[in-house]
Design a protein around this ligand. Structure first.
Ligand code: PGA
Length: 246
């Protein structure tokens, strides 16, 4: 039985006062039986770690460098994330693939760097609307995952995978539970061919998950929780999604 995981992705939102209010409200709303984490902007990691001390909610970041250390201005290493208490780091989010031209291989290298420092990478895969309409969904997500499997080899069982159809992110268009499950099943099968741990691995769904559609999505056999953007910025909504994962 896989424990459900609900991860908030704050993206580039927040400030010190708003974060404190959100984290305070989450503290009141818990505990949950699901595992819960928030992936916050780099500047707020330390303060968030402090605010989460003794709480159930785990800390995560939204990206990391593929490099160990060195002259990489502006980059943040997974060793630094580990040092600050991060348990998770999102890699390969579609916004980074699109706006920062991250390749499948770079995403795989970032996942490898994270694992090397004991930070669990949440590897995002997903097709654009044009790719879905062209019948390319499976080809695209399998190609994205294959790069990670090839790079991590026997360590692939240590990652969390997130299926996030690009057309559903921030658009209010959620994949139906059936559409999401179909892709999750494809990904599970690909993992099974690569790792004996596949059945214990968590595959999250992300893309306009809200309090009113979360339970149906999480009830699908291969959906093991969610990666939540917009709705993770409102404590009541995020808490309701965490409850839906019980
Ligand atoms: P959304 O974002 O919930 O706002 O659609 C999800 C994500 O980008 O991880």
């Amino acid at each position: 039985m896989r424990k459900k995981l609900v991860v908030g992705n704050w993206k580039m939102h927040g400030n010190r006062a708003a974060n404190a209010a959100l984290l305070g409200a989450l503290k009141e709303a818990g505990p949950w039986t699901a595992e819960v984490a928030v992936c916050v902007p780099f500047p707020y990691l330390t303060e968030t770690a402090l605010a989460l001390t003794g709480q159930q909610v785990l800390l995560g970041a939204q990206d990391c460098s593929s490099h160990e250390q060195g002259a990489y201005t502006g980059e943040v290493s997974s060793a630094m994330l580990s040092d600050l208490g991060c348990r998770f780091v999102i890699v390969g989010h579609s916004e980074r693939r699109a706006y920062h031209h991250e390749s499948d291989q770079l995403v795989a290298d970032k996942a490898k760097a994270a694992l090397a420092h004991g930070v669990t990478p949440i590897v995002c895969v997903g097709e654009t609307l044009a790719e879905r309409e062209a019948g390319q969904t499976e080809v695209v997500v399998k190609r994205q995952l294959a790069a990670v499997i090839h790079t991590l080899t026997h360590c692939i069982g240590e990652i969390v995978l997130a299926y996030e159809p690009v057309w559903a992110i921030g658009t209010g268009l959620t994949a139906t539970p059936e559409q999401a499950q179909a892709v999750h099943a494809v990904l599970r099968k690909q993992l099974q061919a690569a790792s004996q741990k596949a059945d214990a691995m968590r595959i999250l769904y992300g893309g306009s998950v809200k309090a009113d559609n979360a339970a149906q999505l999480f009830a699908q056999p291969d959906i093991d929780g969610g990666l939540i953007g917009g709705a993770s910025l409102k404590a009541a909504d995020f808490a309701a999604i965490c409850r839906a994962a019980m």
